[in-house]
Design a protein around this ligand. Sequence first.
Ligand code: HEC
Ligand code: HEC
Length: 324
Amino acid sequence: MLRFVCSVTLLLAAGFAWAETPAGLPDVIHPEDNPSTPEKVALGKQLYFDPRLSADDTISCASCHDPAKGWSNGEQFATGVGGAKGGRNSPTVLNSAYSKQQFWDGRAKTLEEQALGPIANPIEMKMVLDDVVAKFNKIPGYKEQFQKVFGTDVTQEGMAKAIAAFERTILSGDAPYDRFKAGDQAAMSEAAQRGMKLFFGKANCSACHSGHSFTDFAYHNIGLDSEDTGRKAISNLDGDHGAMKTPTLRDIAKTGPYMHNGSLKTLEEVMAHYNKGGNGNPYQDEEIYALKLTPEEIADIVTFMTEGLSSTNYPLIKAPELPQ
Ligand code: HEC
Ligand code: HEC
């Protein structure tokens, strides 16, 4: 027994509590060419938190996807090296393990493909990828781990695979909603239960925010005022003008401000937008229409989101010690 307790404690201490998928979520599927191991996840975690991935050693993935801020960053737009600002809000990394396309417009397919993007992006980490590899090969603690995990020195491919393997452990599930759904009537307050009925009914939210992570992983224009062409830049379809990937609503209380342009600060502002049926533009999705919800109904839906969808074991992961 003592041995069991010790090994569990050790696993938890090392941050490897991922083996069990939180309630309400399906098992994560790992790509065949990137199976997960505890050592690979540990390496990916170090890289994720390491500001040396950026040109001036100031910005890590966690700067814009901060565990303490819902794995987003609390700002309207992300700030990269030298204070550079992009035009899009940092989406949460929570449950991106399930997303078949990454970014608001879905331009990257896998987390492996996504991971190197920000490092080279001039308004994010601003590095030349070959230079990052050379830089990290000079850090013995990394060189050793890459040898153990991949049997090579530090490579771009290895970095991407390790970071992706770590990201696949960042899951939000096991919320009051999941326990309620599993039969525990006391898991959610009455207000949250009323909000849930509206969410799946009159308010039509589940037309797009459906399934285990409250997203259809598809693209919609919800009628925000924005110059961003969204999915159209990738698909070249006119109908995709201004369409963005439906974000997960799990742990939504922690990830504001909201929307691809961070234009809505609170869930109340989000509800006001949906209740009036969007701002109306020629490309607005037909599922967005005036909802005619009362103030009480709006408050109940907000309660469903904040209370019902906040995970019990939120992955508040701390930065690990970084290799020297
Ligand atoms: C300067 C801020 C910044 C940094 C640094 C940054 N990101 Fe991002 N990240 C963003 C923004 C902004 C987007 C959305 C961009 C878009 O959709 O065009 C994004 C998108 C993503 C997504 C897609 C999520 C989804 O739901 O589609 C993932 C995954 C991600 N980043 C992981 C990382 C990783 C891993 C790193 C470190 C290697 C990193 N990011 C570094 C700002 C940042
Ligand atoms: C037609 C599909 C659709 C419907 C219906 C819909 N949403 Fe959304 N939702 C989206 C998309 C797409 C986004 C991102 C839009 C953007 O940034 O341009 C979004 C964004 C959000 C966000 C912000 C998430 C974040 O991380 O920034 C919240 C909260 C939200 N929706 C809640 C709701 C609620 C509550 C309802 C019902 C009242 C609802 N949605 C109805 C598709 C939809």
